[in-house]
Design a protein around this ligand. Structure first.
Ligand SMILES: Nc1ncnc2c1ncn2[C@@H]1O[C@H](COP(=O)(O)OP(=O)(O)OP(=O)(O)O)[C@@H](O)[C@H]1O
Ligand SMILES: [Mg+2]
Length: 309
């Protein structure tokens, strides 16, 4: 639904975006992660037709982002910039009505649509507030409501959680999940890493204008873990379980992690890991829980970007 092919926009040798191949399938939430200055906003602006690339192509659905297609693309996408101005003298209702009119929604339908988008963003109570009186979190919700007014199928949100406190970030994440449930394809950028893992289906990590990795959170973390860390909780004697675990091929560094929990590293393949559980059980260990320790997104990000540094 969102795609780029060797997209390049260079401001200088290391500043801009370079040969970016980004892909967001329909209905997915894509987390576009990277530190400040990595090239997120530049990519997003190109996708929205606001910035012309030097070379390469961008597509929204089957439409290439070129001036001729931009009016149609604008109908399909909802873009929320990282910073957006508001007309301070307007009330929330007037602000949304203004954008509804700009998108040529007939005046009769606009009232209903405004109610719908306010409900979606949990901002119904703000309908008569003055735009000037909104806090950062409120403003962000109204910004999202505005982005939804023409019911676009693709949402491109640049740092939607930027500047929000932890509770407001959770609210924003829940709203994004709800929008995804409505079938929207969503690309959102962030440098707040761990919060993306729970809401995004796919993550792309950009650093100095280059996409370093792209894939599901699970795949990325799995590929980057050189050795798996396994946690085993047992309901039988812990020391016996430890002895048995230590004798299994590819198992290393077995340690007692908790009253009934062992932790070890495993240097075999993903196929071979299955036999660890089997061997333990065959040797009489009562295993209550057997799990691979998930590296979080923060670890992945640090490992990917630091390798590059
Ligand atoms: N109009 C411009 N002229 C010159 N350089 C630019 C321009 N726009 C962006 N850049 C540079 O391109 C690089 C990428 O900027 P961009 O705004 O895309 O980063 P970002 O990933 O969105 O960062 P942030 O997390 O801070 O929003 C930066 O080095 C920036 O200084
Ligand atoms: Mg930015």
């Amino acid at each position: 639904m969102i795609r780029t092919e060797n997209l390049t926009k260079g401001f200088s040798k290391e500043r801009g975006v370079f040969s970016l191949n980004l892909e967001v399938p329909k209905g997915m939430i894509y987390g576009f992660v990277g530190p400040n200055g990595a090239g997120k906003t530049t990519t997003i602006k190109i996708l929205c037709g606001l910035l012309k690339p030097d070379t390469g192509k961008a597509f929204i659905g089957n439409l290439e982002v070129i001036p001729r297609n931009v009016p149609e693309i604008k109908k399909r996408i909802g873009y929320m910039p990282d910073m957006f101005g508001v007309y301070e003298q307007m009330s929330v209702w007037e602000y949304l009505d203004f954008y509804g009119a700009a998108y040529k929604i007939p005046s009769k339908k606009r009232k209903q649509r405004i109610e719908e988008v306010l409900k979606l963003t949990e901002a119904t109570h703000m309908i008569d507030y003055q735009m000037t009186s909104l806090s950062r979190g409120m403003r962000q919700r109204i910004g999202l409501a505005k982005t939804l007014i023409h019911d676009p199928e693709v949402l491109i949100l640049d740092e939607p959680a930027g500047g929000l406190d932890p509770t407001a970030r959770i609210d924003m994440r829940n709203t994004i999940s709800r929008l995804s449930d409505l079938g929207k394809t969503i690309l959102l950028s962030s440098h707040i890493l761990p919060e993306l893992s729970s809401v995004c289906d796919i993550i792309g990590i950009i650093f100095k204008g280059k996409l370093l990795v792209q894939g599901t959170v699970k795949d990325i973390t799995r590929d980057l873990q050189e050795k798996m860390v396994i946690n085993v909780t047992v309901d039988s004697d812990l020391n016996t379980a430890k002895d048995i675990l230590e004798r299994i091929e590819h198992v290393e560094n077995v340690r007692i992690a908790d009253a009934n929990q062992l932790q070890c590293t495993f240097s075999g393949t993903r196929e071979q890991v299955k036999s660890v559980l089997k061997l333990m059980m065959n040797n009489g260990v009562v295993v209550r829980w057997f799990a691979e320790n998930e590296a979080d997104l923060e670890d992945v990000f640090m490992s990917v970007t630091q390798k590059k540094v």
